[in-house]
Write a protein that binds this ligand. Structure first.
Ligand code: NAD
Length: 563
């Protein structure tokens, strides 16, 4: 039974299970829609107090939360790994480390980034006017994340929201509920005020209840289909949304690229987190002159990867998160086969892995080495091989040659460990192939000619384009994260992400009140002539041209003063 289906079976609660073994990791109670509404109300009450706290106090608490995470780092990594299936090392390197970095950066920088600023207003300044923009928090930010980065994404968004003066309600994914609960505990232990960060547990209906409860902002991470539903529901309350959605990210390898680096990056970019990254390499376009060499290197490197449970430190590719997800991968690989592409390595679910694991064997397959797992790791932990209830959700890392853009799986997000390779001849063709998609989250260009790489990057329709790198920039909190096209709306991270979490207020001041404004009432032929001058002279922005308007302006002001 699919992990999600198993969870649905328990009324009123979610059972979280380890996708490597099926073993229960823990359970949480689902919140009712009424409880979700109450959580948002409590959040709004605390907001009125929290928004008045100083940046220094917010900074102190966020830095304290970092300490809590560091204290519990090993157990948090184990929890993330157990719920999501990713190797423990990935939980530390790609979730805990980046979010700790984001926390220290935003704690130290938010005050400066949100400092009131004077705005240049051109010739209006000569009339004794000035303008400032100040930033106000929004209120309650609802965070609805996916399961693939269950710690770093909601935690990072929560910290940015709090530093901006908002309060937060998080609805974690139903596949990783305990990691969500842990995030709540971290803020509590750090000493944040009660209800400044709340976690409500449940599946889609709980997320929908949170959207209906009219928070002041929704930060959603997940599929395009759910993103659409949330945007529609949010529109009823005019709640603004940031949508971080799916991807089908291209990697373009030009003929002059460093092939060894490109091969390593392709393997990591396609297979880390078992390919369940929104920014995974899902399409590799390589110049035909180096395609054979690059493909050989990728296949060799893939063959050395050890697959198995995320708790084994030697494992590079862990199980997928759910039956639903692995079925998509199977379907896509079948589609590739049927369309005439060649499966060079992998291509199968390790349906028999659990049985082999039960006899604690280590075996080298054609492409991958399997991890050895003792009998206690079986579902139920009974040590009895016959009690194996289901295979772990492992799909072999799969390299595919001869892919073309007209094959169906090149057009849909796979979100699994597949790496389809396609060749191109000209730069124009590579750009066209990369842009030939509804998605636009990230992309990469590989070349030794950095200027050429940048030129190509600017022509690719994606929110982030890396040159000689792929995938990892979500880990650079200072930079904006978000997609073009159906990959999303708005940004998280960076200045752009912080500005999503505040509302700007324009404060405009007039220091000269002795004279009436020339546009005030009553209107007259003199007013009309003056207004023509506004359009033809003042609106040019030219001081010289505006100077020629002064006699007319003075005439109009005298007229107004006469009453
Ligand atoms: P999903 O859309 O199924 O679920 C995401 C979240 O939405 C979950 O918490 C779920 O419970 C909740 N949800 C479901 N229906 C809802 C509704 N009607 N109202 C409110 N909430 C609802 O996505 P998923 O399977 O968890 O995640 C995989 C997707 O996330 C992939 O497409 C991946 O590319 C994307 N993703 C994007 C980014 C990014 O930064 N762009 C990052 C990670 C994952």
């Amino acid at each position: 039974m699919a992990k999600a289906e198993a969870q649905e079976a328990a009324a009123g609660e979610i059972i979280s299970s380890d996708p490597a073994t099926g073993r229960e990791v823990g359970r949480v109670r689902k919140q009712t829609p009424d409880e979700v509404r109450q959580a948002v109300e409590r959040s709004r009450q605390v907001f009125h107090m929290w928004k008045t706290t100083s940046f220094a106090e917010r900074r102190r608490l966020v830095m304290r939360a970092r300490e809590v995470i560091l204290d519990e780092m090993e157990s948090i990594a184990e929890l993330i790994s157990a719920e999501s299936g990713k190797p423990k090392g990935e939980a530390i390197a790609f979730e805990i480390a980046p979010v700790l970095d984001l926390m220290q950066w935003i704690a130290r920088s938010a005050e400066k980034m949100l400092r009131p600023r004077r705005v240049g207003i051109g010739l209006f300044g000569l009339l004794g006017r000035s303008s400032r923009v100040v930033y106000h928090p929004l209120g309650v930010v609802a965070i609805i994340p996916a399961w693939n980065y269950p710690f770093s994404i909601p935690l990072g968004e929560a910290v940015m929201s709090l530093m901006a003066g908002n309060t937060v309600v998080i609805k974690p994914s139903e596949l990783t509920p305990l990691t969500g609960v842990k995030i709540g505990e971290i803020f509590e232990r750090a000493g944040f005020p009660n209800d400044a960060v709340q976690v409500v547990s449940g599946a889609g209906e709980t997320g929908a209840a949170l959207v209906e409860a009219a928070p002041d902002k929704i930060a959603f991470t997940g599929s395009v289909a759910t993103g659409r539903k949330i945007a529609e529901a949010a529109a009823k309350n005019l709640t603004s949304v940031v949508l971080e959605l799916g991807g089908k990210d291209p990697m373009i390898v030009l003929a002059d690229a460093d092939l060894e680096a490109a091969a390593n990056a392709a393997v990591w970019g396609a297979f880390s987190n078992a390919g369940q990254n929104c920014a995974s390499v899902e399409r590799l376009y390589v110049h035909e002159s180096i395609a054979e060499d690059l493909t050989r290197r990728i296949v060799e490197k893939t063959g050395k990867l050890k697959i198995g449970p995320g708790s084994d430190p030697d494992v590079s590719v862990g199980p997928m998160s759910s039956e639903r997800q692995i079925r998509i991968v199977e379907r896509h690989v079948d589609d590739f086969r049927e369309a005439g592409a060649e499966i060079l390595t992998g291509g199968e679910r390790r349906a028999d892995t659990l049985v082999r694991m039960s006899v604690a064997s280590t075996r080298t397959s054609a492409n991958c080495e399997e991890a050895s797992v003792g009998t206690d790791d079986l579902a139920g932990g009974t040590g009895d091989a016959d009690r194996s209830v289901r295979a772990p959700l492992i799909f072999e890392p799969t390299v595919i040659a001869g892919a073309t853009n007209d094959m169906r799986p090149m057009r849909e997000e796979t979100f699994g460990p597949t790496l389809p390779i396609c060749t191109f001849v000209t730069e124009e063709e590579a750009i066209a192939l990369a842009n030939d998609t509804e998605f636009g989250l990230t992309a990469s260009v590989w070349t030794r000619d950095i200027a050429r790489g940048r030129r190509i990057a600017e022509r690719i329709e994606a929110g982030t384009v890396c040159i000689n790198e792929h995938l990892y920039t979500h880990g650079i909190g200072q930079t904006p994260w978000g997609g073009f096209k159906n990959s999303g709306r708005g940004r998280t991270h960076g200045l752009e992400g912080l500005l999503e979490l505040v509302q700007p207020q324009h404060i405009h001041t007039n220091r000269i009140t002795l004279l009436p404004d020339a546009w005030w009432m009553p209107y007259s032929p003199t007013a009309l002539e003056t207004f023509r001058g506004f359009a033809t002279k003042f609106a040019t922005g030219s001081m010289l041209k505006t100077a020629t308007l002064l006699p007319q302006l003075w005439k109009r002001i005298k007229e107004l003063r006469r009453g």
